[in-house]
Write a protein that binds this ligand. Structure first.
Ligand SMILES: Nc1nc2c(ncn2[C@@H]2O[C@H](COP(=O)(O)OP(=O)(O)OP(=O)(O)O)[C@@H](O)[C@H]2O)c(=O)[nH]1
Ligand SMILES: [Mg+2]
Length: 322
């Protein structure tokens, strides 16, 4: 830790440190409150559990997920495994980790697929407007470039006037190709062009930006459905992944808004953005449980490398470890 501050000021802190920085406010809201609840109360009793319940709900874990965690704790109390308030913090950490490692137990979410050999992998990035789709696509492209993949970007948000320009700036900075048409064009047509271009140029992935808002939500879902059909016609099993972007600062509201993309949009995984600076990071746990989808990446800032692959254990540790 000290060496980071020492010789090389420019050096980026490691993944875990960056995650720790990002969840600092959530930690204050959640874990440090648990410490306050148990202060001066060595024995775990009903009133401690009531306070814990309120704390978990306030930290944006949501009612259902909170009840599940409490049920787990009560079971341990009954079995005599959990007695002292000093055991509470690690016990809550373990309950949270279990949820994150088994998202949506009992919910069957669509699984990511693979393209046939030699065909590009197609990822749709979906979510309501302003959550961070376009920025996350640029970050994803950067992440995959670093793994020697060759992504092509597809600007299929033809609804919002400036959408092409924003993605184009990122593509230019990354030195990768982007396929677009004029504003108002049929998104499925832009997608078709992008898939043909990727196949012709032997690029191995296509990342597709989509509209966050249309005239109605029904239109939005119908458009996504049409894009899925076009994709599958051009490349077997495409889209292979549908990443749903959720804005971490919106907490439980964001979760409710996202649900339609799970029910009707075929989402296979989550990118949770803007984890930096929000105290509502507890929503990560509610998302995993209630949407039944794995969180694959978290956004921790506005810059191109501010995207971290999500690891349940690292997340739980960065919240709970001193
Ligand atoms: N702090 C922070 N800001 C982010 C993060 N991800 C995105 N943003 C910011 O959120 C704002 C919206 O991001 P966009 O990528 O334009 O969102 P979008 O979903 O494409 O928006 P629409 O195209 O309008 O639907 C921008 O100002 C981004 O810089 C993040 O992880 N952390
Ligand atoms: Mg956008």
């Amino acid at each position: 830790m000290i060496s980071l501050l020492g010789s090389n000021q420019e050096k980026k802190p490691g993944f875990l440190n960056r995650l720790k920085q990002a969840v600092a406010s959530t930690k204050a809201q959640l874990v440090e409150r648990i410490e306050e609840i148990v202060e001066g109360q060595p024995v775990l009793n009903e009133s401690v559990l009531d306070n814990l319940e309120a704390t978990l709900i306030t930290a944006d874990l949501g009612v259902r997920t909170t009840q599940e965690i409490l049920a787990g704790l009560k079971q341990q109390i009954k079995q005599g495994k959990l007695r002292q308030t000093s055991q509470l913090r690690p016990a809550v950490e373990q309950e949270i980790l279990t949820i994150l490692e088994n998202p949506g137990a009992g919910v069957t979410a669509p699984q990511p697929k693979q393209p046939p050999p030699g065909m590009p992998h197609v990822t749709f990035v979906v979510g309501v407007n302003g959550v961070g789709k376009t920025t996350s696509i640029a970050k994803l492209a950067r992440y995959f470039l670093a793994q020697n993949r060759r992504p092509l970007l597809c600007a299929a948000d033809t609804f919002r006037a400036a959408a092409n320009e924003q993605l184009e700036i990122w593509a230019g900075r990354l030195g990768i190709e982007m396929i677009k048409q004029k504003s108002g064009a049929d998104p499925a047509a832009v997608l078709f062009d992008a898939l043909v271009a990727a196949k012709t140029r032997h690029l191995d992935m296509v990342i597709v930006d989509t509209a966050g808002r249309l005239h109605t939500k029904v239109n939005l879902m119908a458009e996504l459905g049409k894009m899925c059909r076009i994709a599958a016609r051009e490349i077997p099993d495409a889209p292979h992944e549908v990443l749903l972007v959720i804005d971490g600062t919106t907490g439980q509201n964001g979760l409710q808004q996202a649900r339609q993309f799970v029910d009707h949009g075929g989402a296979t995984g989550i990118i949770l953005t803007k984890l930096d600076g929000t105290a509502k990071g507890g929503v990560v746990i509610a998302i995993a449980r209630e949407l039944g989808l794995p969180i694959q990446f978290v956004g921790v800032g506005e810059k191109i490398d501010d995207l971290l692959p999500f690891n349940p254990r690292e997340f739980a540790e960065s919240l709970f470890e001193p």
